[in-house]
Design a protein around this ligand. Sequence first.
Ligand SMILES: Nc1ncnc2c1ncn2[C@@H]1O[C@H](COP(=O)(O)OP(=O)(O)O)[C@@H](O)[C@H]1O
Ligand SMILES: [Mg+2]
Length: 260
Amino acid sequence: MHPALQIAAQLVCGSEMVVALQSSKFSRSKSGIPGYDELVDGGFHKGTVNTITGSSGTGKTVFAGQFINYGIKMGEKGMIITPSESAEYLKREMMSSFGWDFSNLEKEGKLAIVDVTDPVLRLQKSIDADPVDFLINFRKLVERKLEEAKPDRLFIDDLTAFFMAVEQPFKIRSLTDDLFGTIRASGVTSVVTIGTAFGTNQFLEYGADSATVLNRERIGNTLIRSIYIMKMRGSKIANSIRVLDISDEGISVSSLSPYS
Ligand SMILES: Nc1ncnc2c1ncn2[C@@H]1O[C@H](COP(=O)(O)OP(=O)(O)O)[C@@H](O)[C@H]1O
Ligand SMILES: [Mg+2]
């Protein structure tokens, strides 16, 4: 809270009011994933960076796509940044699996899509490009696009490959802090998906406001999708692993544990 506000609140109402005001400092942004918000005491804090980690095919892109689609349905403006795969591929996947028509939402001006793999942006990663320079340019691109479109919700799909190429861990840390700082400064509520590769995901999770992990559990001969919350700054979280379901309607969190 702004210090002046805090003093004013203390003068007017005493310290209880300050506590009340502080606890409502972050309002929540509903994820749009049935069953998820209960795990984190009501949804993502507005204006924060939230990572979704998991190996390939665990449902990261579906989770984040649903977060965007839901926000737009609720009248918010969305932005998707695709650093690794082409935006066309993502749009096709979301349309054919769940009927979420991102191309149409883009035409209607409700969704901005930034395709980093588009040669026009001249940001492509080549073997020769210095990954640190690349990430610095990427951060600037994100800053510019957020200023232009002013979205309420942001989804960045799979950042891992970029950071993996940076060799020194301290540089990964500071580049993560720079990027996440830029995102927070814009006020947008963001979901960033990250793959599990050589521990790089840990740096990104460390710098984020919340971290959610998607997995597959082997129960006998069966693989079951699962989800748990690793952390959420300033919030209660559920301490249990839950079953994650993906169907034609999208993704949802069950009240069951894979082990019960
Ligand atoms: N309509 C559907 N019903 C059930 N599962 C689906 C459906 N559409 C896609 N899937 C599953 O969702 C998974 C894709 O998840 P995705 O979010 O792309 O993974 P990643 O973590 O790699 O981003 C695949 O395993 C796919 O089989
Ligand atoms: Mg994906």
